[in-house]
Ligand binder design. Structure first.
Ligand SMILES: [Zn+2]
Length: 448
């Protein structure tokens, strides 16, 4: 990670931090089962000492030294785990979650979305390529402690193709370079805003749309690197993933969904230290509403919805319209391939991150992160493996200076308080009783 981003992350301790820092007293949380995010087995009956928004010490309850005068909080019977970090989201694309209404990209709407994400236990999100320039003002506000909710990082305006990906979103707010020269100039323009990442789309919608040419994405990646920015690619096809790796891409922002991954890809991912971010729930959302997924009835899902949304999702007209999509079978197959590839890559030792692609219509921020964990477990990961992807691995991708993703001394005190152990059943991440951000507790979505 580049030094400038490290400094910014270190400085941007963000919401809750200022308040927590001014309180000089330490807090000790006791009696919990603690999943620290590293992949180690949980500590039963742990204590966690928090000071200035950060974790000061953690361990077996009897073994942790507690500063004099620390406030004791007894959370006996609860399980703590790091807050979720979603490496692939979008902000401000819809108001009600159902349609992409124009005028959704406002401070007020983005603020509401960030607050909802945090109430669902998502401590940090990376917004990949659909932001407008307003995002940089909001990022400054958040760093100054004035914008509550999930922390966010942004790729600003992403790079797509004229008449191609990303489809169905206004053209004015993306770069769509036609030549490598244009691509380089646009990356330079983007870099002036100091985005956290650079995003590009490499896809052709089952051959129906023009795909970004390799010389263009090579130029984007090279120019991004010249500005010490890391490049994240939307990808669908195995062949494109290999070509992107060859071009130096830093992260794959979706599952590979056309073919089983092979040794060549695994070797390239590992050799280059590239993180693979499956977004299984995104693929599920492309077909599941035709029948109404089982989770429509989940109170944790419903807790975050605008009032009329359920009525729409359950209406026969909506389901009929959704079922008429001729691509449903392909979408279903894409999810199955994505799940199979996730298991193969994890077993091969590839670094797996965590993402949802939530934020566009019908991809519900907050709930989708929990559903993604469930789909990862359905793919064959253990609950602990899935949690590590969504905490430690995602935090490491943001950089060590982010101090996110694990519950260890020096890290920010961002964690979930769960009523039931998620290692027994990953669906227990939905039994969310509180969310702490930089040492400050707030209520979960279930309390709102
Ligand atoms: Zn996306």
């Amino acid at each position: 990670m580049n030094a400038r981003l490290q400094t910014l992350l270190a400085l941007s301790l963000l919401p809750g931090m200022a308040a927590a820092r001014s309180a000089s007293n330490a807090v000790v949380v006791r009696g919990v089962r603690l999943i620290d995010g590293t992949g180690r087995p949980p500590i039963e009956n742990a204590a966690l000492v928090i000071e200035g928004g950060r974790i000061r010490s953690v361990g077996e309850s009897g073994a942790v030294r507690v500063p004099k005068g620390a406030k004791e909080i007894d959370l006996r019977g609860k399980t703590l785990m790091p807050a979720l970090i979603d490496l692939h989201t979008h902000l401000g694309l819809t108001r009600n979650g159902l349609e992409a209404a124009p005028g959704s990209y406002t401070t007020e709407n983005i603020r509401a979305q960030l607050e909802r994400l945090l109430a669902y236990g998502v401590g940090t999100v990376v917004c990949l390529g659909t932001d407008e320039d307003l995002i940089y003002e909001l990022r400054d506000e958040q760093r100054a402690g004035k914008l509550p909710g999930a922390r966010f990082l942004t790729a600003g305006r992403g790079f797509g193709v004229v008449g191609g990906f990303p489809p169905g979103m206004g053209a004015g707010d993306r770069y769509r370079p036609k030549t490598p020269e244009e691509a380089r100039a646009q990356v330079r323009e983007l870099a002036r805003h100091h985005p956290d990442f650079v995003k590009m789309w490499v896809d052709d919608d089952f051959g129906r749309l023009p795909k970004m040419r390799p010389e263009v994405y090579r130029a984007i990646i090279a120019e991004a690197h010249r500005h010490k920015l890391r490049a994240v690619a939307h990808v669908f096809y195995l062949a494109d993933a290999k070509a992107l790796l060859d071009a130096g891409v830093d992260a794959l922002g979706h599952s590979i969904r056309d073919l089983p991954v092979d040794r060549e890809l695994i070797d390239a991912l590992k050799a280059r230290g590239v993180i693979y971010i499956p977004t299984l729930v995104r693929d599920e959302s492309t077909f599941a509403y035709a029948q109404g997924p089982e989770w429509l009835g989940d109170g944790f899902f419903q807790a975050g919805l605008a009032p009329t949304v359920m009525a729409t999702l359950e209406s026969p007209q909506f389901k009929e319209r959704f079922s008429a999509n001729p691509d449903l079978a392909r979408y279903r197959a894409a999810l199955e391939m994505g799940k199979r590839n996730l298991k193969t890559l994890l077993d091969a030792g590839v670094r797996i991150g965590f993402g949802t692609d939530a934020g566009p219509p019908l991809r519900f921020q907050g709930y989708f992160e929990h559903r993604e964990l469930q789909l990862m477990v359905e793919s064959g990961l253990s609950p602990l493996q899935a949690i590590v992807c969504a905490t430690r691995h995602a935090g490491e991708f943001l950089g060590r200076a982010s101090r996110l993703g694990t519950l260890a001394p020096g890290q920010l005190a961002d964690f979930l308080v769960l009523d039931v152990n998620p290692l027994e059943d990953i669906r227990n991440t939905e039994k969310l009783s509180a969310v702490w951000q930089a040492g400050t507790p707030s209520g979960s979505i279930l309390a709102q």
